[in-house]
Design a protein around this ligand. Sequence first.
Ligand code: C2E
Ligand code: CA
Ligand code: CA
Length: 706
Amino acid sequence: MSLINGERETRDQLTGALTTTVFVQRIEELRTAHPGEPYTFVYILIPNFKSINRGFGYVSGNQFLQRFTELLEDCFAGQMVARESSHHFMVLDRDHSSAETLELLRECQAAVNRMKGGEHLLLNAGLVSGRLGELGEGDIYQNIDRARYACSYAERSHSRQFVVYGSDVQRRIDFELYLMREFFPAMERGDIQPFYQPEIRVLTEQCCGYEALARWVDPQYGLIAPDAFIPLLERELLIPQLDLHMIRQVCRDIRRNLDGGVITVPVSVNLSRVDFQVLDIFEEVEKIREEFNVPRYYLNIEITESAIAEGSVYMAPVIDRFRQVGYQVWMDDFGSGYSSLNTLQDFNFDVLKIDMGFLKKFRVNPKTSVIIREIVNLAKRMGLGSLAEGVETREQLEFLKECGCEKVQGYLFSKPLRVDRSDASGIPILMEEERCIPREKREESRYYKRIADVNFLSSSPMEEGLYLTANGLPIVIIEVIGGKRVNFLYSNDAYRRILRAAGIDDLEAANVRGNEENIPENHQYLELAARAEEIERVRGDILINGVIFKTDMMFLARKDDRAAFLNVVQNLSPNFNNAQVEAMSLAQEYILTEYFRVDLFNDDGTVVNVYLDADQSRITDEIDRAAPAVEQYASLYIRADEAGDFCDFYRIDTVLDRVRQIGEKHLTRFFHSADSTHNDELQCYTITPFRMGEKWKFLSTCRRLK
Ligand code: C2E
Ligand code: CA
Ligand code: CA
């Protein structure tokens, strides 16, 4: 563009568009020269322009702005085009109705998308129409403001690309002005207060925390939702005042709860990106917390993924500071943005709050359940807690439970609730439905956290670090209560299938049995559990209605008289039909009543215990070499004068020679037992060699003669 004399100051150096000052001056000249003429004033913005600078660098960004200016001048041929700042433009259209101007804007949009680098760019615009002669002193700037507002309204609405200024927009402006004016007085009057939404632990359906959500109870407008004032306060950089005001009230409520001696659960508060930009948010939160003497355990910090993605560098050290002193920091709306995984990689969190957008699509989009499951898996593998937001149906809850999601929040349990503070001396109690949801104690929270850390989706939920998805291993978590009762806390679908094969319909039915004393499998559970708690992990067979559950049991946690155990059940051949399974179980049952112990010796010198009744210890858990295991066994269970013979009898390397010598298929010998329950009983020990492929195996069975 060639600049004629004097144009240098009137035109923007980069793009050659008019400057704002000159643009306004020209309009002033026009309104006296052509007072009757209609005009449409257009304010245009490219909201995601920054992506060009970021993606291609400033030089490309500048070139883009130059080409965009030319494009505007082409589309709005003969009209005045000005650049207000960076990627904000203005046009005075004097030749078209506002409907036609809208059409031109749509053409601009299409042209931008044809430009190199402009494929993904979106325009927003605000329009104000009128007659030039009506523009009085100061009206031009006011109209720029109105168009700018209409434009930012379009930018925020996500559904409207171009907005024509009218009474609705003006109402919105007035409302926002009202909110700005009333913000501080409203806080002072106590009109802005936290409502509390319960967070529910999936395994127990108890309330294990609350999220504090801001509500503005206005004398004129009634209940104002945060969507109306939070983005506004963020734009105006006033959000720290709100957030600290909220934290102060939350701390006050927690203190009153603690003083009142009621069960008190942690409360999550929301922080904005701006909080990290304009003040030392860590110090401010600490000050308030100390003022009310609230332990950090009771306050969790929530930060949305998008706030972090935009904020980046300066937030990481502050987040770490919160965590170092003992706060939990939760990532809010996980999965809602473009950079969820980057954020997860670059920042440290304690809990992922899964964005409610996923659950909204849960029923209609089958991919969604895969994504949710993988987020839970991801959280567990990174050692993070998981909470799903927006749970509205039982179906959603059941699905999340199957995945092992730790906590949920949503209308299924409760909406955010008002606190009754009317009685100044009393403890604030939560109103309405909350009374039906029991609260979780602090010790319980630790106990269930340990249980929730188990990754039900892993193929090796007992080890750390190995990975395979939803492999269908049957998993059940049992609790032993008072050393007497068995409570089934969690099971996955694969487990419930085997349970049904054993004639037990569901977990509820299993729990009915678990509560009774004379059900045989309960003794087996209790015995295994007692040993698991001692040595952490044991293997054993549990016989339920004639079906063997080969169980790997791991101790998880204990709280008072309650202990939890993870059980992974070996899936017996799924190809068997029912009759076969039944016959097999009967055969097994016979073997197990006949023998009190079955072991398998391998020709590499190792031994595995196959079956064991309740009276002996396994031994092979600690010692898998045959010789020392046999010695240990002899010293525990064989009368001392026969112990040496016993060890010789169990020398596996000579078994084949010995059977050949006597021309039999197995070796049998009697020994006297020496343990307290079966002292001096005669017992029959048999070793049967057999070939499995290339290898020899030796089956040892032990029988009591009584
Ligand atoms: P958020 O932190 O994601 O909060 C969850 C929002 O989902 C809340 O809306 C809650 O009322 C709503 N919700 C809860 N359960 C369900 C459900 O089952 N279904 C559906 N459809 N919605 C559910 P709310 O209270 O309107 O808050 C909106 C957002 O405002 C919050 O989203 C949070 O980002 C922000 N916010 C609220 N209070 C504060 C605050 O004190 N400070 C800051 N910085 N932001 C806040
Ligand atoms: Ca939140
Ligand atoms: Ca959220």
